[in-house]
Design a protein around this ligand. Sequence first.
Ligand code: AVJ
Length: 334
Amino acid sequence: MSKTAGSAARVDVLRGNDRSAALYEATFRRLQARVKALPSVWLYDERGSRLYERITQLPEYYLPRREAEILRARAEAIARRTRARTLIELGAGSSNNTRLLLEALEAAGTLESFVPLDVSEETLRTTANTIASAYPGVSVEAIVGDFERDLETLPGRGARLIAFLGSTIGNLYPDERATFLATLSAGLAPDDALLLGIDLVKDVARLQAAYNDRGGVTERFVRNALTAVNRDLHATFDQRRFGYEARWDPDNEWMDIGLRAHGTHTVSLPRLELEVVFEDGEPLRIEISSKFRREQFELEAGRAGLRVASWWTDRAGDFAVALVRPSGKETRNE
Ligand code: AVJ
């Protein structure tokens, strides 16, 4: 299905029904796992995407500013080295930091098209139209889709640069991350490249603060997943029976973000024909946010048939941007 928006941007909606069926099925499965969880996609409806934009402005939430610092310093080198004609962005959201790449690629004179992909259709339409009017020379072809399911069919003429910013890769579980990298890798031509934003392991107090802001914006963002499930699945999650909790898990090196039941109670999800019993104090995970170390990431990339061509950090060493290539295929001088 293809719809043309008012401006120059095109927006394609990929397999909308399949996507909700898969989400409902994953919801059904994860609510019955040993550690109960909801797929984090529930966070990114229209309201959730807006709340996430507010998170990116919080003083405690250092990630986007660190990433911007790196991109400002390196975007020109990235443009020179990739000579990308197509910039694809997975989980684009508002594409804020991506503008630094668009700027540099346009200045280098190679960029023809920008392909933002996101699950949130409204956010994506706004982003696509904003970018299309800011860069009249670039054709914007947005895709409403899921970055875990729609990787095989990524469009665009080479050389392509596929950006996955904001450390969104940290929301995937290790096995999902391995599949994600392998699937991307399999679809890359020798002159394509990936650009990944990667949050790094650091002082625990700063990590905890980033997900426990004083204004409670992150809590509202996380609770919105329950609101979304109640709306779409006619579920009976009661916000008052859950408390917000985001804590560092030192064994897995991820932030474990979610809710904890206050009092034993049952939640119904009639559309899934499911009743879920929560014990007092039982956690309901909404998302994980993994933090990385360079060596470990390079190892994982290697297993997926990728090599880290460059690894740049901000001055404080909080965050990294990695330029990643298909391995074993030599490219121009780097
Ligand atoms: C969108 C994945 C980058 O994990 O830091 C922010 C989501 N959750 N605050 C992250 C999020 C709570 C965010 N990413």
